[in-house]
Write a protein that binds this ligand. Structure first.
Ligand SMILES: Nc1ncnc2c1ncn2[C@@H]1O[C@H](COP(=O)(O)OP(=O)(O)O)[C@@H](O)[C@H]1O
Ligand SMILES: [Mg+2]
Length: 281
């Protein structure tokens, strides 16, 4: 009898452990520089992970500009979900209340809303304001395999919430000096979160985007700088400058649907595989 009970408890524990390993990995996509491809990267990594890697993916748009839904407008069904800003202001908010399904199987989105900017100011006096997203994400982490957070181009309260909530950070950059400086700023912020708040936040990788292969001399110089500063944190995959990406965005579709054979699509397929390999390792 005792053996049966012990066996039962062991099985239950093993099941709980297995559940734990099923919990989502949360990745913030972050850079201080605007226009480097944060939103494009978030959307394409999410779509590729949902479609070709069978991951259940949730995209959270923390940028008040709300470009995630713009980029996916052909696939997002506006349901009657709560606004992200309301979830932030509730005492015991649950992010799942603001999540809406898309027509892409396995892919859900939490859209940004107009009041997100004000939320930042309203939170100014609240104790523990950097921990709100982490707290409202808890239930979602049991429902999804991968949560990607698109961040605004700064290090304000909304971005800090994303860093505190995340396990890893993907930092997109273009090949410009300001882009590279922007990566250093985020790496420093990640170290601060780790040291001051005691959270095990990791740099998931630095993703070079918008590479214009015609700028050979400048690219070489910036490549050297990136290699020196970030070494093996750099993704091997790179996303070239490819007009199919903004054109697909205008139609509210991922580039995989707009021009599946283009170099931008290939870049993001490779980057997704690399991200998932890094996460699984
Ligand atoms: N690899 C690329 N090649 C060409 N245009 C790109 C590429 N990545 C993004 N873009 C375009 O650049 C603009 C800014 O990209 P976005 O992803 O919104 O940057 P961020 O979120 O960092 O501000 C958008 O119009 C987008 O379509
Ligand atoms: Mg953006």
């Amino acid at each position: 009898m005792l053996n049966t009970i012990t066996e039962g408890i062991l099985k239950w524990k093993a099941a709980r452990e297995a559940e734990k390993t099923c919990r989502a990995v949360t990745v913030a996509v972050c850079s201080r520089k605007g226009g480097v491809g944060k939103t494009t990267a978030t959307v394409h990594l999410a779509v590729a992970a949902a479609r070709w890697h069978a991951r259940r993916v949730l995209v959270v748009d923390m940028d008040p500009q709300g470009h995630v839904v713009t980029a996916l407008s052909s696939f997002v069904r506006r349901d009657t979900a709560s606004a992200l800003s309301s979830v932030f202001m509730e005492k015991k908010g649950d992010l799942l209340e603001a999540a809406i399904p898309t027509d892409i199987p396995n892919l859900w989105v939490v859209p940004a809303d107009d009041r997100l900017e004000q939320v930042q100011m309203l939170l100014a006096t609240r104790i523990g304001r950097e921990f709100i997203l982490k707290s409202v994400l808890q239930k979602a982490e049991d429902m999804f395999d991968l949560i990607l957070i698109d961040c605004p181009p700064n290090l304000d309260t909304l971005t800090l919430n994303a860093l505190v909530a995340a396990h890893q950070v993907v930092i997109p950059t273009d090949l410009s000096l300001l882009g590279v400086e922007g990566v250093s700023d985020i790496v420093e912020a990640i170290e601060t979160v780790r040291e001051r708040l005691g959270l095990p936040l990791l740099v998931g990788g630095v993703l070079v985007t918008r590479v214009d292969s015609r700028n050979r001399a400048i690219n070489r110089e910036l490549d050297r700088m990136l290699e020196q500063r970030f070494g093996n944190l750099l993704f091997t995959s790179r996303v070239p400058n490819n007009t199919a990406l903004p054109r697909a965005c205008l139609e509210g579709r991922p580039v995989f649907d707009f021009d599946p054979g283009c170099r931008g699509a290939q870049g993001y397929l490779d980057a997704t595989e690399e991200l998932l390999d890094r996460i699984d390792a």
